[in-house]
Each structure stands twice: as C-alpha cells, then as structure tokens.
Design a binder for this molecule. Structure first.
Ligand code: ADP
Ligand code: MG
Length: 708
C-alpha cells in the first residue's frame, strides 16, 4: 500500500506519483529507473548545466567558441553524406542561421525538434559550409517561460531512453522537481549546524535545491561539494564502524616466529628486501597485539608478496593452527600452490590445493585432513568457501586480489574459523582514493621495492607494419635461450571487466590464427604453445609446464596469463591490439617479463583506436610506476571499469568521483573516524540524524559488512 499525502505537504518518503506532473505511467517509468520516492527524485542529479545567462546572437558567434544560443527551429531533417546518415536542425534568431547536426541517435533526436519550437543549444561553434554545432547540448524552451528574462543556469538530466519515451526529458524533470519543491516539507539535515560550519558545508536542503535550481556557478560548486561530502562521509562511516567492530574482537596471539619459519629462512635462496622485512614486522605486530589482523598487502607484480604470505602462514602453522589462501582463479591458486611448494620443499609444512577441478577422491582426502587438522595450509579458489569445507582450527585467511571477491565471500571464509586473522593481497596498484573508499577498514602494508635482481623492461608502441622487426628481435632473444609471450585480448574471458570492443568467438579466432601463423610461418623451427581460458585445467597445466621447462619457446595466450605465470627466463612480451586493454591490465601483463636480471622488452602493438589510444599507450612507455598508471586508468575510465564496483554495493555513489575527490574523501574520512572515536555506537543526541540517515540508506551495506 502506498501512502499518499493528499493536498498536504510532500515528505521525502512519499511516492513520486504524488508529485504534480507525474501520473501512474510516469511513476512506473521512474520506478524502473530506480526513482520511487520524492527523495529518490531529489537525488536524481543533473548530468550538466546549460548556462542560459550568457547567450549569444547567432551573428556574434565566433568559430571555436563555446556558446549558448536561444533560437527557433526553422527546419529539420535527416540527411546523408556519401558514407553516413545524420540529422540536421536549422535554427534562426533575429540575427542569423545556425545548423546543428547529430550523427548518432538520429531517429530519436529527430522526434525532439519540431519546426517552430524554441530551443537553447550549447556547443562549440564550427564552420562547415555554414556555421554549425556538432552534437550540441540542447534543451526545449517553454513558451510560457520567457528565456530572455529568465536568464539562468538550467540543469540537464541524464535520462534513459525509457524515461524519454514517457516524456521525461530534461524540461519535464525541471518542472516536476520544481513542483516537488513547492510542496516539500522541510528536509532534515543529517549534520548539525556545528558540524556543517566546521566543514564549511551548506545545509542539505539548500544543497538539494541548488543542485536542481542553481542561483549561480558558485552554488553549483557548494551544493555538489556538500552532496559529495555526504556520499563519502557515509561510506567512511561504514568503514569506521567496521574497523571498530573488528578492533573489539579478540585476536589470537602468535608471538613467536616458530619452527617452520626458521626452516623456511634457512632454505631461502635470497635475502628479503627491506620492504619485505618491514611488512613482516607489521604483520608480526598484528599477531602480537591480541587484536584481529585486518591488513591489505599492496605490492606490484613481482614485488615478492608470496614469500610474505608464506612466512605469515608459517608463523600460524608453527602453532599447529591452520591457514587458508584463497585466489580468484584456478591458475592463480595453482601458481600460489606451486610457489609455496617450491619454497617449502625442505620444510615440514603439510599443504594442499583445492579447486573446482580437484578430483573427487583427492578432494575427500583433503577435506578429511582439514577437519582433522593434518593439513595446516590449503590454497584454493571459491571451492574453499563451500559448506563441506571445515577446518579444525582456521586462524589465518589470506585472500589474493581481494577486490575480485565480494565482502560476503570473504566473510564466508572467515566464518570457518573463530575470528581468524585476515591478510588480503593485491598486485593491483589501487589509487589511494579507491583504497580508502573500498578498503577503508583495513590497515595497509606496502611492498614498494622490487627484489634487486630484476632488470628494466623497456616498452614501445608499434604499428602493424613493424611486425617483422618484432619477430627478428624475438628470434635473437630466443637465440640466447630466452622465451617470449604473445598476448591477445579476448572479451569475456578475463576476470576483469575490461577488454572491450570484440566478440568472444571472434577474439578467440584471432588468437588462434595468430598462434597458427607464428607456429607454421614465422617460427616453424621452434616450439610454440597456446593457452586460452576455454581449455581444461589439465591442458593448461601441460602447456604451462612445457613453458616453464623452456621446451615451449613462445607462449601465445589470451589474458589468462595476466595473473598466472612466473617465468624468470621470459624477456619479451608482445601485446596484440594493445589499445583494447586497460592500462592496469597492461601493467600486470608487462610484469610477467623482466623477472630475471636481464630485463626485457615489451611491444604494444596498436591496431586501432587512433590518437587517443596512442596517447593512452604512451603512458605505459613513460612510466612503470603502478600507482601512476592506476591513477591514469582511474581518470580515463572510472572506478567501475577498474573494479567490479557493483558487487560492493557502492551504487550509492551518485555525485562522487573517485578520480578527483581525493581532498574531499580525506576530510570526510577524518570526520567519520572522529565521530566513531567519540561516539562508537552513534548514540549521542547530536548524532541522531546522522544515525538515522545511515540506517535508512545504508542498511544493506551494514549487513554486508557484518556491522550491527
Ligand atoms: P608477486 O606475487 O608480488 O607478484 P612473487 O612473490 O611471485 O611476486 O615474487 C616474484 C619473484 O621474485 C619470485 O620468483 C620470487 O621468488 C622472487 N623474490 C621474492 N622475493 C625476493 C627477494 N627478496 N630477493 C630475490 N628474489 C625474490
Ligand atoms: Mg604473486
């Protein structure tokens, strides 16, 4: 049942259908866009603004200017060039004629304009046979609002096709939101006046009003600052609460290094780097503290996280307690398992690998040994969180590339022990803004130093015609006993939401064709291997083993090797269609070579994407700093591309922009953590509204994070 306010004032929780101008049909369309209540409507923010205050006469337009023009539609129609169809509107004011053209969404755009309509357009002035704007922002004007007298900044709303089909375009949104304000009861602020003045925030009601009906640019700025602050603040409040909830949990103490660590140290073929030593000290401090460890270990590919993880595990195993290591893919789990095996060859540490491909009989044995406590270390995939897996005494979980797991999955593994310590690892250089937004509840350790025996990798972007040179270089390296990778993008295969612009079957065909060409035509005298995500685990293993044994000289593969292979002897990496990869992904691919002292060379073969792609790829040439690359990636593509953001339930970020909000995030974080330090359960009267907002809007995240 929907409660309606009749003629009284509207409250935030009321259904949108009580707003003037929204009937049942539009209410349904809005509902499908996630706008159910008055509050949802007010939090449906403009995409941008059209500045109608400074409008230009057509005769005054200068080529190259950004300008806003108010004019009448004199003509419109679909036109054709030799190659494509486009839509053109001719506008006139008293001073001249301006053409506006659209090359996309032609049919839809055409329905927007009727001869005689008054419109505002904003765009860059160009000249092509006549004055024109290409894809301008536009806005239909109401006859009743005289645009010349109401010179103001008007919002444009993001609108979906469905919304527009129901007549909910920007103009209608403005009317509806105005109508909504006229009857809106007061909006309670979730912050006190003291809090607002401390952080120079305008009132919430003012911010909401100004974001939709701005007085001027300064108000847009202030309003969006307030709304961003709110979004970050509540996320950070969740982080602070979660951290608090973990801090009060008892953590099992492991004060000694123990016998297994001693054995590993003795057999290590290298010295730990200073960074590894520092991180081990941080881990040990957690183990001694009596509190649960909740630590994120960040380190570039090749920085030596594996040994840190193993040593942490060995401390725990030394007390006969158990450790689970969870990785997002089978290849990665296998790699960890193999690395652990190699590092513990002469050590008394019983370990096993458990994935979806583990044969049934073996699996049964492993499960028995885990329950009985005969196995101290198990490495695996999601298979580890299945109900049938039980431990005798799980005291540490290590989660690799944890942003690929939901908080829920991590939680499920944790439930298999009694407050086990948590060490999460990631090779993804997470920009700081993202790290504190997504992992804000964790302590962070950084491996910011590469083991000293690594050479430099030089990178160059090449075009298709230079293939011959690449093959020559590969041949000369292989003449010296080296090995090469050739990587193809395959859509849908990577666990990353990247590699756009193809189709899975088409991509696989291209990879296969590349493999056949290298095998039969370019290097008929050498053994070439082929690895892709559709292969069975055993087939993959066979290829990888042959490559590791240096039998296979060139490994042609799809993105599955991103996290998979550690072969110090590989010195060349060729990335085909490099423009289709994300920068972070390229960075990780490149990290697969140059693992030995000789360094390596990386060729990024660009086959499309033009100037823009070339500029992007150039970042890879310029720097090998993972954080710098990640920042660029974040700026270019946004966090949704970098991480599977949805699974975190972070869809509340409407106004926030993680690429540019660094300063706001830091302030909001401090404010949130201060609040929790002062009022751990958010019970003080002055925090009542903050609490209410948190409970109303973030309940599902409180649940996800296991905070009550
Ligand atoms: P990551 O998992 O961080 O990508 P790894 O742990 O796989 O990196 O380490 C990369 C390589 O460097 C491995 O071959 C590992 O044996 C080696 N390695 C790790 N630490 C050191 C060190 N301190 N000195 C020399 N080599 C090291
Ligand atoms: Mg690793």
């Amino acid at each position: 049942m929907v409660s309606g306010p009749g003629q009284s004032s509207l409250r935030l929780a009321d259904s949108v259908q009580y707003v003037k101008g929204i009937g049942p049909v539009r209410a349904e369309a809005l509902g499908e866009a996630g706008i159910n209540t008055v509050e949802d409507l007010l939090y449906y923010f403009p995409r941008r603004y059209l500045d109608r205050r400074n409008t230009a006469q057509i005769s005054d337009l200068k080529i190259g200017d950004q300008a806003t023009v108010l004019a009448r539609v004199a003509g419109q129609g679909i036109k054709y060039t030799r190659r494509r169809k486009y839509f053109q509107v001719t506008l006139t004011d008293d001073s001249g004629t301006l053409a506006c053209v659209w090359f996309h969404g032609v049919e839809w755009i055409q329905k927007r304009f009727r001869v005689g309509d008054r419109v505002a357009v904003h765009g860059k002035v160009e000249f092509y046979r006549h004055l024109q704007m290409v894809h301008p922002d536009f806005d239909l004007l109401d006859e009743e609002e005289d645009p010349l007298n109401t010179g103001k900044i008007v919002p444009l709303y993001p609108g979906t096709t469905e919304l527009k089909a129901k007549g909910l375009d920007s103009r209608r949104f403005r009317q509806v939101i105005r109508a909504c304000w006229e009857r809106l009861a007061s909006v309670t602020d979730n912050f006190t006046p003291q809090f607002r003045s401390r952080f120079s925030l305008p009132e919430l009601a003012a911010a909401l009003r100004q974001i939709h009906m701005p007085d001027d640019e300064e108000w847009i700025e202030r309003a969006s600052h307030r709304l961003k602050f709110d979004e970050h603040f509540f996320l950070q409040l969740l982080m602070a609460l979660r951290r608090r909830s973990l801090e009060v949990l008892p953590g099992r103490k492991f004060p000694n290094l123990g016998p297994i660590v001693e054995q590993i140290y003795r057999s290590l073929p290298f010295e730990l780097t200073d960074a590894q030593v520092r991180v081990m000290r941080e881990v040990r401090a957690d183990f001694k503290s009596g509190r649960m460890m909740n630590r994120l270990l960040q380190g570039d590919v090749g920085s030596g996280k594996t040994i840190v993880a193993l040593l942490a595990a060995a401390i725990v195993a030394g007390e006969q307690a158990q450790v689970a290591v969870m990785a997002p893919t089978e290849i990665l789990a296998e790699q960890h398992f193999r690395a652990f095996k190699a590092l513990t060859a002469e050590v008394d540490l019983p370990l096993a690998l458990l994935t979806g491909s583990t044969p049934k009989a073996e699996r049964t044995g492993i499960l028995d040994d885990l329950t009985a406590g005969r196995l101290l270390l198990v490495v695996g995939t999601h298979a580890l969180i299945q109900e049938s897996v039980a431990f005798r005494d799980l005291a540490l979980i290590i989660v690799d590339e944890q942003h690929r797991f939901g908080v829920v999955q991590r939680g499920r593994l944790m439930e298999k022990g009694v407050y086990p310590h948590v060490l999460a690892m990631t090779a993804t250089p997470i920009p700081r803004t993202l790290a504190i937004t997504y992992h804000g509840d964790m302590d962070v350790s950084l491996l910011d130093e590469m083991p000293g025996n690594r050479g430099k990798v030089s990178t160059q972007v090449v075009e298709s015609e230079q293939e011959g040179e690449i093959y020559e270089y590969m041949r000369s390296e292989m003449g010296q006993g080296r090995q090469c990778f050739v990587v193809y993008p395959v859509i849908g295969e990577s666990v990353w939401p990247e590699t756009p612009g193809g189709s899975e079957t088409g991509d696989l065909k291209a990879a296969k064709a590349g493999f056949i060409q290298l095998r039969d035509r370019i290097f008929p005298d050498l053994k070439i291997g082929y690895l892709h995500g559709r292969m069975k685990g055993s087939e993959k293993d066979a290829v990888m083993e042959a490559f590791q044994a240096r039998e296979v000289r060139v490994l042609v593969s799809t993105t599955v090797i991103e996290v998979g292979i550690d072969v110090a002897n590989a010195t060349v990496m060729v990335v085909e269609n490099a423009e289709r990869f994300g920068l972070t992904q390229l960075h990780q691919l490149r990290g697969r070579i140059g693992r030995g002292p000789g360094g390596g060379r990386c060729f990024l073969v660009q086959r499309g994407g033009g100037e823009e792609a070339a500029r992007r790829l150039d970042i890879m040439v310029r720097t090998s700093d993972g954080f710098e690359i990640a920042d660029e990636d974040l700026k270019l593509r946004g966090p949704g591309e970098l991480f599977g953001v949805r699974q975190h339930g972070f869809e509340k970020l409407r106004m926030a922009d993680l690429a540019t909000d660094g300063p706001i995030i830091r302030v909001a974080r401090q404010a949130a953590f201060d609040l929790i330090a002062d009022d751990p359960n958010i019970q003080k009267p002055e925090n009542r509204e903050t609490r209410r907002r948190l409970v109303n809007n973030y309940q599902h995240m409180l649940d996800n994070l296991g905070v009550s």
